[in-house]
Design a protein around this ligand. Structure first.
Ligand code: APR
Length: 241
């Protein structure tokens, strides 16, 4: 990673930033995940036990993401503007598997939990861009094996992607911002402590306090689509962080 100057920012985003684009968050009041128990759809064991159910779950989410009504909202757009205009490094670490940060224009972006529009083959490990449904009789275009292509999603029990790069960015950031994440899932929920211990100022933006709210220096309350553009405007106007 190239370091431009001091003033580096790491921004962790979660389902709350995409809620304002019409994508449902994970932890609703019923404790279910879009109607399913986590262990039935988001573990390697679930995929082995019932691949059709798991593929169907992600097919439905992929189709929803590709609906014309689902677009980056003002929060995604503000973060892309920040990356273009900020003097230091902006690293977005997203837990979201949608592509709304990509579409908004952020380039220095880490999809730590994978991407809905990507699949890979369990046998030959080839990755493919994917905008279609995947069924259990899908044939891998590289190794020709049947039924081995799975969603490129980091499931529970699997290692999130690009952790070395994330911890490096956290170690060198001056400001850490978490937007729309409940703080239930580690390692992401521990990033605030890591950044804080390394001297960063830490800010949480959420409609409610997260599980790890007490670890942050500051909490900004409100919907991401309203609070994030305001916060970015302030940062660009008074860039002394
Ligand atoms: N603006 C800001 N915050 C919001 C908004 C909004 N419009 N709507 C909801 N939120 C907040 C909620 O208050 C909650 O704290 O967003 C958070 C969403 O929390 P979760 O649904 O738990 O999503 P997230 O934290 O991203 O989940 C982390 O867990 O299930 C796994 O791998 C999955 O990436 C996911 C990870």
């Amino acid at each position: 990673m190239t370091r431009k100057s001091a003033g580096n920012i790491v921004i962790l985003t979660g389902a709350g930033i995409s809620a304002d684009s019409g994508i449902q968050t994970f932890r609703g009041s019923d404790g279910l995940w879009c109607g399913h128990r986590v262990e039935d759809v988001a573990t390697p064991e679930a995929f082995r036990a019932n691949p059709a159910l798991v593929q169907d779950f992600y097919n439905r989410r992929r189709r929803q993401l590709l609906e014309p009504s689902i677009q980056p909202n003002a929060a995604h757009i503000a973060l892309a503007e920040l990356e273009k205009n900020w003097r230091g490094d902006i690293t977005i670490v997203t837990q979201n598997i949608d592509d709304l940060h990509d579409r908004a224009g952020n380039k220095n972006l880490i999809h730590m939990h994978g991407e809905l529009l990507s699949v890979f083959c369990n046998k030959c490990e080839t990755r493919f861009h994917c905008r279609e449904d995947v069924t259990t009789d899908h044939v891998c275009a590289n190794c020709q094996e049947t039924g081995t292509v799975r969603p490129d999603i980091v499931w529970f029990g699997e290692m999130p992607y690009r952790m070395d790069e994330i911890y490096e960015a956290l170690s060198y950031c001056d400001l850490f911002i978490a937007i729309g994440t409940s703080g239930h899932v580690y390692p992401a929920a521990g990033f605030v402590a890591h950044a804080g211990l390394n001297g960063a100022k830490t800010v949480e933006i959420n409609i409610e306090e997260s599980q790890v709210a007490s670890v942050f220096d500051e909490h900004i309350s409100g919907r991401a689509a309203e609070t994030v553009p305001e916060y970015v405007k302030q940062l660009l106007t008074y860039p002394d962080i």
